[in-house]
Design a protein around this ligand. Structure first.
Ligand code: NAD
Ligand code: MG
Length: 390
């Protein structure tokens, strides 16, 4: 039986992870669950999975949860508070596996703690990889951690690479992108897009932040940087291809001309089940794919002129050093402001662009450097959005 802790269990990936675990009784012991503030969802999960420990980052939420657990006779579940609690759970040897499914930079320190504890770490939370790049992967090697990608594209690539992840014979990685809800529309026509419209993805059901990133295509930009870091490849070897059906989740092209692809229904339970069981296989509970129903698969190159966020991400990837961390911080600030109704949809790209131009790109050799740059970039992005009418 595999002992697992889930960071961000109340989110979209966290819930899918528990769904896969529920499909495989006797396979997993849920040691700890963490969330920001969703008491209702956390209580439901405690009733079903009976973890030993729960962390609520928000103090009031933690108090409410304690009261609710007592009401349901679950006083034996220990409730911890705050980010330090999340880091402690990630590090705690009671779990051999950690699912990193927090959204954004908030996942950096807990994910790193799991890596430094030498665990098997399932990584959905892409922002820390974007921020730290090679540094993160070097730490994984140093601490003997096993990194298993959950992001569907990266999981597909992992499945298409030889055991051990050897990439010497890889010519290119082709990351597929659905194009999001506004595929085919001009960026200049998207001024009045609302958060509800941006979050309505045609193929995937996801948390709000990644849904907005998918709508701007910044998500594919972050994934490009994530892929280069995860598989130690130069970003120039990572191509983006628009594939509206979201059936091929990515492809690896080898020097002999062979392409290997992973196909499946667009359901996160599939990559989650793969990583949970790797190197074995378990039931995911996902719908099986009827390939004759799909009948055709389309591919085309992205129109970079019309996708400013993807363009900015490619530029940041090329610039290297701290540029990806600056891009990520500015994007997190801008997406949050958009979701709060403070800025227009198209201002997201303007704020990221301005932040990249106004924070000095420098080396980030330590996690402290990364945190410093992240903080500085957030300040610049915030000042930018406060000083302008977007
Ligand atoms: P979500 O918003 O649905 O869930 C986020 C989780 O993180 C929640 O449990 C929330 O309580 C917790 N959280 C939020 N802020 C926190 C904080 N400051 N400190 C600690 N915990 C906090 O997000 P999601 O869609 O599940 O995405 C999670 C991560 O996985 C993101 O990095 C996303 O890019 C990546 N991802 C998601 C999908 C998907 O289908 N949803 C696919 C691929 C990758
Ligand atoms: Mg993805």
């Amino acid at each position: 039986m595999q002992s697992i802790s889930i960071l961000g269990s109340t989110g979209s990936v966290g819930q899918s992870t528990l769904r896969v675990i529920a499909q495989n009784p006797g396979g997993f012991k849920v040691v700890a669950l963490t969330a920001n503030e969703n008491v209702v969802k956390m209580l439901e999960q405690c009733l079903e999975f009976q973890p030993e420990t729960v962390v609520m980052v928000d103090g009031d939420a933690a108090k409410q949860l304690v009261a609710q657990l007592a009401k349901h006779g679950l006083q034996n579940i220990s409730v911890e508070i705050g980010q330090q609690g999340v880091v402690a759970v990630a590090r705690d040897t009671a779990s051999a596996t950690v699912m990193s499914a927090i959204v954004g930079a908030a996942g950096l320190l807990p994910t790193l703690a799991a890596v430094q504890a030498g665990k098997r770490v399932l990584i959905a939370n892409k922002e820390p990889l974007v921020m730290t790049g090679d540094l993160f992967m070097r730490e994984a090697v140093r601490c003997n951690a096993t990194i298993l990608p959950i992001d569907s594209e990266h999981n597909a690539i992992f499945q298409c690479l030889p055991e051990g992840g050897e990439t010497r014979a890889v010519r290119k990685i082709h990351l597929t992108a659905s194009g999001g809800p506004f595929r085919g529309r001009k960026w200049s026509e998207l001024q009045d897009i609302t958060p509800e419209q941006a979050c309505a993805h045609p193929n995937w059901s996801m948390g709000q932040k990644i849904s907005v990133d998918s709508a701007t295509m910044m998500n594919k930009g972050l994934e490009l940087i994530e892929a280069a870091a995860l598989f130690s490849l130069p970003q120039s070897q990572v191509e983006i291809v628009i594939h509206p059906q979201s059936i091929i989740h990515s492809m690896v092209e080898y020097i002999d001309g062979s392409f290997l692809a992973q196909l499946g229904a667009p359901d996160m339970c599939i990559p989650i089940a793969h990583a949970l069981a790797w190197p074995s296989r378990i039931m995911s509970g996902a719908e099986t794919l009827n390939i004759t129903d799909i009948a055709r698969l389309d591919f085309h190159a992205p129109d970079m002129e019309n996708l400013p966020c993807l363009r900015l991400a490619r530029q940041a990837a090329t610039a290297g050093l701290s540029a990806p961390a600056i891009l990520n911080a500015a994007n997190e600030v801008a997406v949050e402001a958009f979701l709060q109704g403070q800025i227009r949809f198209t201002a997201i790209a303007e704020i990221v662009d301005a932040t990249l131009n106004n924070v000095q790109n420098r080396s980030n050799d330590t996690i402290d450097d990364v945190l410093h740059i992240d903080n500085e970039a957030r300040g610049v992005a915030l000042a930018r959005l406060e000083s302008n009418q977007f």
